[in-house]
Design a protein around this ligand. Structure first.
Ligand code: FHN
Length: 461
């Protein structure tokens, strides 16, 4: 159909141009034929529209919950890396009860942390599904004492709390008979396209099942590293997901996708993708591991979060519930303290734009959506004034975010004859400092305008 329409316009174009009325033809026919020729799904607005909530959200909570929480060992990797036999790993399913699972309480805690979305592992690499999939019996309903669907209550509670619902899904499945890899040292088969194709039917079937049961706001794919997009038939799989769920956004881990997913390591320059999210653990483990005491304090997480949003990214902070569904107390404590800070500084966080270069301010910064307010973040007790460099704008006022105290500031090094902006020294009294990270708001006389040149020689005096 798309091909016919441009043809009509071309024929009309020829007719009109024969009448020497070329101007009319070009002004009327050409734009229309281009518009019809461009398929709607290519329209860049579509992706920008779908990604807007994600870009504004800034903070999400990742939840790694599965049978690996029974022994408190590495999720899936513990058997893949031969740290425990597959049989012994799967024995954990007998201890997975979810008896204290309270998705409403989870949702309230995530909301209190300041998160705007949450992503639950529906199936990790071990193949154990947290919903009653019809594609096999390896699911918590049929294979564990939990005996119930854990995904539906999660999605319902998260949405009831006003958060967006994301579903993590492992493309690879080391338990599935038609997925080649079993452990790091054992493969089920070598090159058998027929068997791999039936695995593709399986994984895409489960994905479509999740997509149509829950219409998730976000799919967090994982585990696509061993085979290419042709083998996984990613284009076909994703086209179907988007067709059935047009507002869906997908991460980059099914080859391509809508946003990048750096993991555990802090990006020090903005990743190449125009949308991205750093996922990281709250201690060193994705799932519940009582022996892992190496928790990042709320202060450390806030500092990482400020660095991430200053580069225009989101933070997806992971928690690992126990087998019964209880979120460990230490993790609750960290999320609540994070929530104190995000609530107090929400104007500087949500819907913000990336900040200014570290040459201009020695720390993370963000900008208001209209770029007229610059937010400066610092997590230390300044022993001198805080200095802001290279801002051409006139500064209307500076205040402390979350307590409103207006601050004095002085400009030094500004010669009347020079175009080079002065250095703005901001006086920050100890009593306005936040226990974790203080944020200052600098109201400018318009959109921020930065100087970045090499200075200038004197022109007059
Ligand atoms: O192998 C998984 C790992 O277990 C964990 O789920 C992380 C979370 O992003 N993803 C994979 C490693 O990148």
């Amino acid at each position: 159909m798309c091909g016919i329409i441009p043809g009509i316009f071309v024929a009309f174009f020829i007719f009109v141009s024969m009448k020497k009325n070329i101007l009319l033809a070009v002004c009327f026919v050409l734009p229309l034929s281009i518009a019809f020729a461009q398929k709607p799904e290519e329209a860049p607005l579509d992706r920008q529209e779908r990604m807007q909530w994600f870009q504004d959200a800034k903070l999400g909570i990742f939840i790694h919950w599965g049978i690996y929480s029974v022994y408190g060992i590495d999720e899936s990797w513990s058997f893949y890396n031969n740290m425990i036999s597959y049989e012994d790993y799967m024995e954990q399913r007998k201890g997975f009860t979810a008896k204290n699972y309270d998705p409403d309480a989870w949702a309230e805690l995530f909301k209190e942390s300041g998160a705007k979305y949450a992503v639950l592992t529906t199936k990790h690499h071990d193949g154990m599904a947290l919903w009653p999939t019809k594609y096999n019996d390896l699911n918590v309903v049929k294979s564990t004492p939990a005996g119930k669907d854990l995904v539906t209550p999660f999605v319902n509670s998260i949405r009831k709390a006003g958060l967006k619902a994301g579903l993590y899904f492992s493309i690879l499945d080391w338990s599935h008979q038609d997925y080649p890899e079993f452990t790091r040292t054992v493969k089920k088969y070598k090159d058998d396209p027929k068997r791999f194709a039936s695995f593709v039917d399986f994984y895409s079937g489960q994905l479509n099942e999740l997509n149509n049961l829950f219409k998730p706001d976000l799919f967090w794919f994982d585990g696509d590293w061993s085979y290419d997009e042709k083998a996984f038939q990613t284009d076909m799989v994703k086209a179907r997901l988007y067709k059935d769920n047009p507002d869906l956004i997908c991460n980059s881990r099914l080859r391509g996708g809508d946003y990048g997913t750096p993991e555990q390591g802090l990006p020090l320059t903005a990743p190449k993708e125009d949308y991205w999210e750093l996922c990281m653990t709250i201690n060193n483990s994705w799932g519940y591991q009582p022996n892992d005491k190496k928790y990042k304090s709320a202060a450390k997480i806030i500092s990482i979060f400020a660095d991430v949003i200053s580069l225009g990214g989101n933070l997806l902070l992971d928690v690992g519930p126990m087998e019964d569904g209880t979120i460990p107390e230490k993790q609750v404590e960290v999320l609540k303290e994070l929530g104190r800070w995000t609530k107090k500084h929400e104007t500087a966080i949500y819907e913000s734009l990336p900040g200014i270069p570290r040459t201009h301010f020695n720390g993370p910064s963000t900008l208001s959506k209209d770029s007229t307010i610059l937010y400066l973040f610092f997590d230390y007790m300044p022993n001198e004034d805080i200095v802001l460099k290279g801002v051409k704008n006139k500064i209307n006022r500076i205040w402390v975010v979350g307590n409103g105290t207006k601050l004095k500031y002085e400009v030094f090094m500004k010669a009347y004859w020079s175009q080079v902006p002065g250095l703005v020294y901001i006086q920050v009294p100890d009593e306005v400092l936040d226990p974790e990270m203080t944020v200052l708001a600098v109201l400018l006389d318009g959109k921020i305008d930065l100087y970045g040149e090499a200075g200038q020689v004197i022109e007059s005096n």
